[in-house]
Write a protein that binds this ligand. Sequence first.
Ligand SMILES: CC(C)(COP(=O)(O)OP(=O)(O)OC[C@H]1O[C@@H](n2cnc3c(N)ncnc32)[C@H](O)[C@@H]1OP(=O)(O)O)[C@@H](O)C(=O)NCCC(=O)NCCS
Length: 368
Amino acid sequence: MLDLKPTGAGTGTAVAAREDGVQVRANVYPVQVAGVGIAIPEGRLTNADLERMVETTDEWIVSRTGIRERRIAPPDVATSDLALAAARAALNDAAMEPGEIDLIIVATITPDHSFPATACLVQAGLGIANIPAYDLSAGCSGLAYAIDQAWHALSSGAYKNALVIGADTLSRIVDFTDRRTCVLFGDGAAALVLSRREPGATPGILASNLGADGRGGSLLILPAGGSRLPASHATVAARQHYLQMNGQEVFKFAVRILEESTRRVLAKAGLTVDDLDLFIPHQANIRIIEAARERLGIPPERVIVNVDHYGNTSAASIGLALAEALQEGRLRPGMLVAMTGFGTGLTWGSILLRWTKEPNGTPAVTER
Ligand SMILES: CC(C)(COP(=O)(O)OP(=O)(O)OC[C@H]1O[C@@H](n2cnc3c(N)ncnc32)[C@H](O)[C@@H]1OP(=O)(O)O)[C@@H](O)C(=O)NCCC(=O)NCCS
């Protein structure tokens, strides 16, 4: 067992004494967000459009979900295109060249292909090579998962600058004849540049809380197209290449886990809900956000909501909301912000940040 003992206050360095008596140095570098960028398609799908496609009404959608419109990628735009545009915007915001990045993680459940990884396509698009690039599948918790993984990779000292992207084009796997699901989802991408700082610098990322409960795997699932049910005429005829969801069960899970995971991540840092300046929950449904907000006892003005104009953008969701908070001047240096996602798996993930980045104009926004 490793017994980590800090070598000096604020140095961020720890010495690990192994059982065999050998001392190893474990560097724990602070990690900060250096840049944020997003990409959203120009095409809007409004509730009025959906009224013409399925048996639904604007009144039902707004009152049950809070969603008024979503962005839909045109046929020639895939997840990697949105991810690349968001990555370029984040690099621009960080005033960094692609060559300074040494790790790329793309969180997505709608990769361009089963393989190669979307992250490799993004890497090629940025014109860089010889660094690790991989995809991570954690649904709408994906960006929180990716931030956690990159944080640990950077804080260990193994990497210096990571590009972390949440990107999904859920419109490609949504059944636009199924009114129970097609009103909920939209497309988008959000990218963060995370950077290792010298020991002693103010840490940006303070804590994380990730989890999964695979027993709920069938509650939100894309049944066909994988090794269990390879794509065939029969799976297409049965519409099994579209996502299927048990809305009510996911709803109950979402409200519970938004509260629990947010409280857990705060407790890890020795903080409470009262310390939070901003809460950025996954944008799935305004009723889920409101129920969790009330349970947590957070005033409405400290919660970022953009589900009305983007719908549920899966892995991009909390990143789009973070960018919007920056753009509106609601997130400033020194503020404590919790971002919490939940999704298929079932999975959940919270990241606690002390915002350290000085405003650099508005975060670059690319629309396609
Ligand atoms: C999907 C969701 C909006 C449905 O809302 P709900 O209040 O639970 O509604 P119900 O499923 O109980 O359905 C109520 C009625 O509305 C109907 N309905 C469903 N979708 C509808 C639509 N778009 N328009 C009109 N009626 C609709 C249902 O058929 C049902 O009718 P019935 O009583 O005649 O059978 C809600 O359950 C939800 O948001 N769940 C979580 C989903 C989620 O966040 N998924 C992503 C996780 S990352």
